[in-house]
Every structure is written in C-alpha cells, then in structure tokens.
Design a protein around this ligand. Structure first.
Ligand code: S3P
Length: 477
C-alpha cells in the first residue's frame, strides 16, 4: 500500500518504520522543514514537511505525493489547548480528507473521549461525550474519518522508552493516589506501550478495518495497585492519597477501557501489562532512571544493595561473599543468574549467541534484580560496556570498583577456562591490558568506592566495602 503518515513523532515514527519494514510505501510528513531534514537523513522512507492546519500546504502535499491508499493522522497538537486541537485535528482532518478523497483515513484519537467516572468497563459502543472542549474537538475529528468509512484509533496513555509519567513521577517523589468516592483505590490507569500502539495503527490500516478501535493493553490497574507494585520494585515508599487534580489535562475519569474489539481483529499486545514492559523492554526502565538522574531535581533513588564491578579476576565473587556474610546480606552473582536462566555455560552462550546474545541476557538479569534489597550483587566484568545497564546499576545500589594489577588478574584468571573473552587469539595479558584501558574510565565514573586490592587480603577488602556501604546508606537517610 501507499500510505501518507502525518506526524512522525513518538508513535508515528515507529508506525512508519513498521510500515516500511512490511514492504509498504511510506510518505511521512513532519510539521517543520528542519525535522523533515533530520529524519529524512536517517530513514529509508520518504519524509516531507507540511502543516496540515493550512489548506494550501495540504494541497501542495497532494501535488507532491499523488494519490495514496490511506492516510494516518497521528500528529500531535503539541502542548496546545482547544485552539491547537481545532487547527491540527479538526481542520487538519478536513483538509486531508478533501485533498485525498480516494484514501481511507485513520485518525489517532484518545481514550480521554470516554468521560466515565464510575470505574465501569467501556468499549467502542459506550457513550463518548466528553465534558471538555478538547475532547469534543477530538470527537469532531473522529467523525470526519468515520464519515468516510475510515478508522479511529482511541489510544490509551502512551508510555515507552524515554516516556513514562507514572514511573518518572514516582521516582521524583511527585506521585499521589488520586481518590474520589467512586475511586477509593485511585483512578484506573489505561495504558499502552508505544510499540504496541504503532503496531495497532499499522495492523488496522493494512488489514482494511473500519470504525472505532480502542488501543489499550490487557491490564487496567488502579493507581494504588500500580504504585504499590512500582514502589516495591524501586524500593520507595507508597505515595499518599490526594484528591483529583481539577486541572488534569485530560480531565478526571475512572474507567476500564476494553481492547476486545481490536483483539478480535488479530492484534495482541507484545506487552500485555505495564509490568511486563518494565521487565522485558530493554530500554524502558533504564531510560526513565536516566531522565531522572539527568534532570537532577532529586537524587536518584538507590536500593539498599552493594554492587561490585571490576575486571575478571578482580575478586568480585570471593570478596562479595564475605561482604554478604559481614552484613547478613544475600549474595547474588549476575553470571550465575545468566547460566541458570540459559541452562548452559557462559562459553556455550558465547558460542551459540555471540557476545551480543550474552549481553542481552546480562541486561535482562539486571532488570530482574529490580526490587532486590539487602544483597551483594557481583557483576560480570563487561556489564558496564552496555550504556543501557548503567542507570540500572546505579539505582540498584552502592557501587564498589575492585581493582587489581594486571599480574594479579592474569594469575587469577589463568586457572580456569570459563571466560571466553580470554580464549581468543590475543594472549590473556594483552587482552586484559586492553580491557583495563577501555573499561577503566567507565568503572571509575560509576564507582562510589574504589579499592586497590593487591595489598589487601580478601577479608580486608570486604571489611572496607561493608563499612563504606554502611556509611553511604546512613548518610542518605
Ligand atoms: C566478562 C566477564 C565475565 C563474564 C563473561 C564476560 C567480561 O565475568 O561475564 O565471561 O566481559 O569481562 P567475571 O568478571 O565475573 O569473570
């Protein structure tokens, strides 16, 4: 199919990538010339610019693209209010529908058009008479698509890498459970992962559906259920209750949105619930922790664990076991977890899946460790080579870098054969020296504490780690 896609933002860009990968001809449209150029330089699909709010611009677009089979309107109104909704959604849909009369339209709307406040389940037949002007404008834009036998996708709250208000607010101490007489456990959260949203748009257009479809995952949680689970996962207190904010952009509503109609067409979410995504999306948690850390408004929450980093042979496992005993903590080793989950040895994983496969598994066990407390976590020497792991490591606990001289590392690693990185062409000493050069600066930047272990017994190193960690956590209280 030949598809015009208006708005190459958070969802639109992913939908365009999927359409292109599926063999469709994609013409993406951005609002500004500069973003069209930026995107055009990196995308295999065509990127044009044009303002859908302007009828002449849409006619000009039409003369450049010629007829299309379908258009998807997923431009955002930015931070604007009713005026922006009128311009981008209602006028935009009017102009597109008249410039592309042959095309099937898909308008990307929002589940905020359902104003229900009683916690009931709503589907596409439920009444959608929003009490806000912005909601009424969304409905007007929807009707333009429906009047042409087109599609309306009502998207729930979109989250994904770099965007999750629920988690970011919790980490920054801004969350509250908004309760009302009808919602004693807080409002119901209706969410959708950005990849699942993009997939749904592509699925609806390419399978020639018509009508209204809710795009939401399978697990609508109350704010309380969600925040309690999140608080446990990030070692934070459960937020307090508060009354609903009358200024909420999308209004106060409390309802459970059903995706049954969309599911019946053959779509299903890769992330059925928010918590599946926290666990399995490789970027999600890490990206939000990084946002909080970079914003610097509050210190990044750090869990009560000790994380040991350093090269192979630096003593992470042996020192770690002693630290755990000194503090009455559990001892955890990420390499052991990987071997356990994979059901085979590290050399076997490297042989079958390459280092990239091993690194994916290593990041996955790090996500699995979210929520762990009172543990000493010994990590594989290369865990810091993956930028996505760094915010997670920092959040997981007090980080100690165990250092040792090359002589000692060579001696300690020569006795066993389970480190594939030391079995290549390069002699182990040369390889280890190279790794020190490459990784040293990252270990240094990550470490809360750095211990040169050559002159110390394992007990002495362990004692230093334990006492420093005690001090670190008592000062943060
Ligand atoms: C590696 C270190 C190993 C293990 C894997 C890769 C590395 O862990 O994760 O062989 O890249 O330095 P240890 O540091 O515990 O030996």
């Amino acid at each position: 199919m030949k598809i015009l896609l208006i708005g190459c933002g958070y969802v639109g860009e992913r939908a365009a990538d999927l359409l292109h990968a599926g063999g469709h001809e994609v013409l993406g449209v951005t609002h500004s010339q500069s973003s069209a150029e930026r995107l055009g330089a990196v995308k295999p699909w065509t990127v044009l610019s044009g303002d859908v709010a302007c009828p002449d611009a849409v006619q000009a677009l039409r003369s450049r693209t010629g007829p299309v089979d379908a258009f998807i309107h997923c431009a955002s109104s930015g931070r604007g209010g009713a005026d922006a909704y009128q311009a981008v959604y209602v006028n935009g849909m009017t102009h597109l529908a008249s410039a592309y009369p042959e095309a099937r339209p898909l308008f990307t709307s929002s589940t905020s058009v359902y104003p229900q406040t009683d916690g009931s389940q709503v589907d596409e037949e439920s009444h959608a008479d929003p009490d806000r002007e912005t909601g009424r404008l969304l409905r007007a834009a929807e009707n333009i698509a429906l009047g042409r036998n087109g599609l309306v996708a009502r998207l729930a709250g979109i989250y994904g890498p770099g965007r999750s208000f629920v988690l970011k607010n919790l980490l920054e101490g801004r969350s509250g459970i908004e309760v009302s007489p009808e919602a004693p456990e807080g409002r119901l959260l209706n969410q959708i992962h950005v990849d699942d949203a993009a997939c749904a748009l592509v699925h609806l257009v390419t399978t020639n559906q018509a009508g209204i479809f809710n795009v939401v995952d399978d697990a609508q949680l109350t704010q309380r259920a969600c925040l309690e689970k999140l608080a446990a996962l990030f070692s934070l207190p459960v937020p307090e209750t508060r009354s609903p904010d009358p200024l909420r952009k999308r209004g106060w509503s409390h309802k459970s949105v059903s995706n049954a109609r969309l599911r019946a067409t053959g779509w299903s979410p890769a992330f059925p619930s928010y918590f599946d995504a926290l666990r399995h999306d490789p970027q999600l948690v890490s990206s939000i922790l990084a946002l909080v850390d970079e914003a610097g408004e509050v210190p990044l929450p750090r869990s009560a664990n000790i994380v040991l980093i350093g090269l192979m042979g630096s003593g992470k496992s042996s020192v770690g076991r002693i630290v755990a005993r000194l503090l009455g903590f559990q001892f955890v080793d990420t390499d052991h977890m990987i071997v356990d989950r994979a059901g085979c040895s590290i050399p076997e994983i490297f042989a079958r899946e390459g280092e990239a496969g091993f690194r994916r598994r290593e990041s996955a066990v790090l996500r699995e460790l979210l929520g762990t407390r009172h543990s000493v976590i010994a990590t594989g020497g290369g865990i810091i080579t993956q930028p996505v792991n760094l915010p997670l490591l920092r959040h997981l606990g007090f980080i100690t870098w165990l250092e040792a001289s090359t002589d000692l590392l060579v001696r300690r690693t020569s006795s066993n054969n389970d480190r594939p990185l030391l079995r290549g062409e390069e002699p182990p000493r040369v390889k280890l020296e190279r790794l020190i050069q490459e990784r040293g600066p990252i270990y240094k930047a990550m470490a809360d504490l750095r211990i040169q272990t050559d002159e110390l017994s394992q007990e002495e190193s362990a004692y230093g780690v334990a006492e420093s960690a005690r001090l670190f956590f008592s000062l943060r209280k």
